[in-house]
Write a protein that binds this ligand. Structure first.
Ligand code: ZN
Length: 145
Protein backbone atom coordinates (compact mmCIF):
# COMPACT_ATOMS: atom_id res chain seq x y z
CA UNK A 1 0.00 0.00 0.00
CA UNK A 2 1.55 3.26 -1.04
CA UNK A 3 1.80 6.16 1.37
CA UNK A 4 1.62 9.87 0.73
CA UNK A 5 4.76 11.87 1.41
CA UNK A 6 4.24 15.25 3.05
CA UNK A 7 6.83 18.05 3.15
CA UNK A 8 7.95 18.44 6.75
CA UNK A 9 8.56 22.12 6.24
CA UNK A 10 5.44 23.38 4.49
CA UNK A 11 2.98 20.47 4.74
CA UNK A 12 2.46 20.08 1.01
CA UNK A 13 1.59 16.58 -0.20
CA UNK A 14 4.45 15.83 -2.56
CA UNK A 15 4.21 12.31 -3.83
CA UNK A 16 3.82 8.69 -2.93
CA UNK A 17 6.10 5.85 -1.97
CA UNK A 18 5.93 2.15 -1.29
CA UNK A 19 7.10 1.57 2.28
CA UNK A 20 8.72 -1.73 1.42
CA UNK A 21 10.79 -0.15 -1.35
CA UNK A 22 12.39 2.44 0.93
CA UNK A 23 15.98 1.84 1.91
CA UNK A 24 18.71 3.91 3.43
CA UNK A 25 19.95 6.20 2.12
CA UNK A 26 16.75 7.59 0.69
CA UNK A 27 16.85 8.67 -2.93
CA UNK A 28 14.63 10.49 -5.38
CA UNK A 29 13.85 7.36 -7.36
CA UNK A 30 11.98 5.88 -4.38
CA UNK A 31 9.21 8.45 -4.68
CA UNK A 32 6.52 8.58 -7.28
CA UNK A 33 3.88 11.09 -8.31
CA UNK A 34 0.80 11.78 -6.21
CA UNK A 35 -1.33 10.39 -8.99
CA UNK A 36 -1.97 10.47 -12.71
CA UNK A 37 -1.08 13.87 -14.13
CA UNK A 38 1.34 14.73 -11.36
CA UNK A 39 5.08 14.93 -11.82
CA UNK A 40 7.29 12.84 -9.57
CA UNK A 41 8.34 15.05 -6.65
CA UNK A 42 12.08 14.60 -6.97
CA UNK A 43 14.81 14.11 -9.50
CA UNK A 44 15.21 10.30 -9.54
CA UNK A 45 18.98 10.77 -9.30
CA UNK A 46 18.74 12.99 -6.22
CA UNK A 47 20.37 11.77 -3.03
CA UNK A 48 18.47 12.40 0.17
CA UNK A 49 20.09 15.77 0.94
CA UNK A 50 18.62 16.97 -2.31
CA UNK A 51 15.08 15.70 -1.85
CA UNK A 52 13.89 19.27 -1.94
CA UNK A 53 10.26 20.28 -1.76
CA UNK A 54 9.11 21.73 -5.08
CA UNK A 55 6.94 24.19 -3.15
CA UNK A 56 9.18 25.60 -0.42
CA UNK A 57 12.54 24.45 -1.82
CA UNK A 58 13.70 23.15 1.51
CA UNK A 59 14.61 19.56 2.25
CA UNK A 60 11.26 17.81 2.48
CA UNK A 61 12.19 15.14 5.01
CA UNK A 62 14.55 13.94 7.70
CA UNK A 63 14.34 17.01 9.88
CA UNK A 64 14.61 16.51 13.60
CA UNK A 65 14.59 19.69 15.59
CA UNK A 66 15.46 17.77 18.75
CA UNK A 67 18.67 16.26 17.34
CA UNK A 68 21.97 18.11 17.73
CA UNK A 69 22.49 18.21 13.97
CA UNK A 70 18.76 18.57 13.21
CA UNK A 71 18.88 15.39 11.18
CA UNK A 72 16.91 12.21 11.25
CA UNK A 73 17.82 10.66 7.89
CA UNK A 74 15.55 7.63 8.30
CA UNK A 75 12.35 9.52 9.01
CA UNK A 76 9.84 11.11 6.68
CA UNK A 77 6.41 12.57 7.11
CA UNK A 78 3.30 10.99 5.61
CA UNK A 79 -0.39 11.74 5.82
CA UNK A 80 -0.50 8.99 8.47
CA UNK A 81 2.31 10.44 10.57
CA UNK A 82 6.06 9.98 10.64
CA UNK A 83 7.36 6.89 8.87
CA UNK A 84 10.65 5.43 9.95
CA UNK A 85 12.49 3.51 7.27
CA UNK A 86 12.67 -0.17 8.13
CA UNK A 87 10.44 0.22 11.16
CA UNK A 88 7.08 1.69 10.28
CA UNK A 89 4.91 4.44 11.61
CA UNK A 90 6.44 6.24 14.55
CA UNK A 91 3.14 6.06 16.41
CA UNK A 92 1.42 2.90 15.28
CA UNK A 93 -2.32 2.68 15.55
CA UNK A 94 -3.60 0.94 18.67
CA UNK A 95 -3.30 -2.82 18.66
CA UNK A 96 -6.46 -4.52 17.47
CA UNK A 97 -8.57 -5.86 20.28
CA UNK A 98 -8.31 -9.61 20.54
CA UNK A 99 -11.82 -10.84 21.06
CA UNK A 100 -10.99 -14.35 22.11
CA UNK A 101 -10.58 -13.93 25.84
CA UNK A 102 -9.21 -17.47 26.09
CA UNK A 103 -6.20 -16.38 24.12
CA UNK A 104 -4.82 -14.16 26.84
CA UNK A 105 -1.23 -14.71 25.79
CA UNK A 106 -1.91 -13.27 22.38
CA UNK A 107 -3.82 -10.36 23.82
CA UNK A 108 -1.00 -9.69 26.27
CA UNK A 109 1.52 -9.71 23.43
CA UNK A 110 -0.55 -7.25 21.41
CA UNK A 111 -0.74 -4.89 24.37
CA UNK A 112 2.96 -5.27 25.09
CA UNK A 113 3.82 -4.58 21.45
CA UNK A 114 1.73 -1.42 21.53
CA UNK A 115 3.41 -0.33 24.77
CA UNK A 116 6.87 -1.03 23.37
CA UNK A 117 6.09 1.06 20.32
CA UNK A 118 5.02 3.94 22.50
CA UNK A 119 8.17 3.61 24.61
CA UNK A 120 10.27 4.24 21.53
CA UNK A 121 8.78 7.69 21.32
CA UNK A 122 10.95 10.46 22.68
CA UNK A 123 9.89 11.07 26.26
CA UNK A 124 7.20 13.67 26.40
CA UNK A 125 7.87 16.71 28.48
CA UNK A 126 7.03 15.92 32.04
CA UNK A 127 3.67 17.21 33.02
CA UNK A 128 3.80 20.05 35.42
CA UNK A 129 3.01 19.05 38.97
CA UNK A 130 -0.62 19.57 39.50
CA UNK A 131 -1.26 22.92 40.99
CA UNK A 132 -4.54 23.50 42.70
CA UNK A 133 -6.91 25.63 40.73
CA UNK A 134 -6.71 29.20 41.89
CA UNK A 135 -9.38 29.84 44.40
CA UNK A 136 -10.93 33.24 44.17
CA UNK A 137 -10.02 35.15 47.29
CA UNK A 138 -13.57 36.16 47.75
CA UNK A 139 -16.66 35.43 45.84
CA UNK A 140 -17.13 38.38 43.62
CA UNK A 141 -19.75 40.37 45.27
CA UNK A 142 -19.45 43.83 43.95
CA UNK A 143 -22.68 44.88 45.44
CA UNK A 144 -22.06 48.54 44.93
CA UNK A 145 -24.64 50.06 42.71
ZN1 ZN B 1 7.76 22.20 1.37
Amino acid sequence: MSMVLVCEMCGTQLGTFEPESLAMPLAGAMFGPLGPGFAPPFDPAATWEFLLCPMCHRRAMSWDMSAPDLLRPDRLLTTDGYWIVGRGLETPPPAPYVHNSEDLAREWEAVEAARAAVRQEPPAAQAQPATPAPVPAKAKRKGRR
